[in-house]
Write a protein that binds this ligand. Structure first.
Ligand SMILES: Nc1ncnc2c1ncn2[C@@H]1O[C@H](COP(=O)(O)OP(=O)(O)OP(=O)(O)O)[C@@H](O)[C@H]1O
Ligand SMILES: [Mg+2]
Length: 284
């Protein structure tokens, strides 16, 4: 598969503090990579280096085999064709939905058709003339994604796109956004704090701590073989087992239970969060 993005030994310091420390990973065409890690571990900084809003002190970033950033080359953000969905304040408040989605598109006869197509992808057809401040948080996030998708960027990077949503609506919006990315065949990097979300959407997960990528693997390998105690502790009490899904039921070695996802069938991987068990002396 074609490698869309390659990050090699990228280092960036602010005020003498290394915020990204020799960060390396690559994302293949059509893959979704997720970066997880504690607050302040350098996730946003790495995304900003990829999008071209920060220049690394050293290291190389290439897209489709062409260097966009190293010690002698620095391609400006607008020339990188990266769709960037920032951590907050993603939309232009003075433009309506169509104005936002069409922002990066040239004036042409098929501009409106592309806007409509992208709104359809994110489940927001018919909202073209709506004002941005009349949308819910989740609708705004969908529009932000449609805007990033519209110019068919080489790569989409999203910085905690679901963090402003309440827990109840997060999984649904996340699933919609991911199916829109998959439908477009987009290559994407998503930063999240939510480990279950990372597992649900990622082809690859990078665990960042103190500016370093501690491990970069597919989700199942990560959970089965964490590279260090630190990574294991960060990922939490999850365990993975094989199962078989049929008619909304999954059967594993430890039992059978409802999945709520009736379209899943055949061999699956089941990730469980270990329930807390505490034992107290009897009160009697
Ligand atoms: N422009 C800047 N100038 C100085 N320090 C900065 C700058 N940008 C980031 N930092 C510092 O770099 C460190 C990493 O920041 P970064 O935003 O990359 O973390 P993060 O992993 O995205 O955190 P969060 O999960 O809270 O968003 C932090 O200590 C932050 O204060
Ligand atoms: Mg951040």
């Amino acid at each position: 598969m074609k490698t869309t993005l390659k990050v090699e030994s990228v280092t960036k310091s602010f005020d003498g503090v290394r915020v990204a420390d020799s960060v390396s990973f690559s994302v293949e065409s059509g893959q979704i990579a997720v970066i997880v890690g504690p607050s302040g571990s350098g996730k946003t900084t790495v995304l900003r280096c990829i999008a071209g809003f920060e220049r690394p002190d050293s290291g190389t970033i290439s897209m489709n085999e062409a260097v966009v950033s190293d010690t002698s080359t620095f391609v400006l953000p607008e020339r990188r064709h990266v769709g960037y969905v920032p951590q907050e304040g993603a939309l232009f408040p003075h433009l309506d939905v169509a104005g936002n989605v069409g922002f990066g598109l040239e004036r042409s006869s098929d501009r409106d058709a592309r806007i409509a197509e992208c709104l359809d992808l994110v489940g927001m057809s018919g909202f073209e003339r709506r004002r941005v401040d009349e949308l819910s948080g989740g609708q705004q996030q969908r529009v932000a994604l449609a805007r990033a998708l519209a110019p068919q960027p080489q790569l989409i990077v999203m910085d905690e796109p679901f963090s402003a949503l309440d827990a109840a609506m997060r999984p649904e919006i996340c699933a919609d956004v991911v199916s829109a990315l998959r439908a477009e065949g987009a290559t994407a990097i998503i930063v999240t704090h939510d480990r279950i979300e990372a597992l649900a959407v990622a082809d690859r997960i990078a665990v960042m701590m103190n500016g370093s990528v501690m491990q970069y693997d597919d989700p199942v390998t990560l959970y089965r073989n964490p590279a260090s105690d630190q990574v294991a502790a960060f990922l939490g009490d999850f365990y993975v087992e094989d199962g078989v899904a049929r008619d909304g039921q999954v059967t594993t070695a430890t039992g059978s239970f409802a999945t709520g996802e009736s379209e899943l069938s055949g061999e699956v991987e089941v990730v469980r969060q270990t329930p807390q068990l505490r034992v107290f002396p009897s009160k009697q």
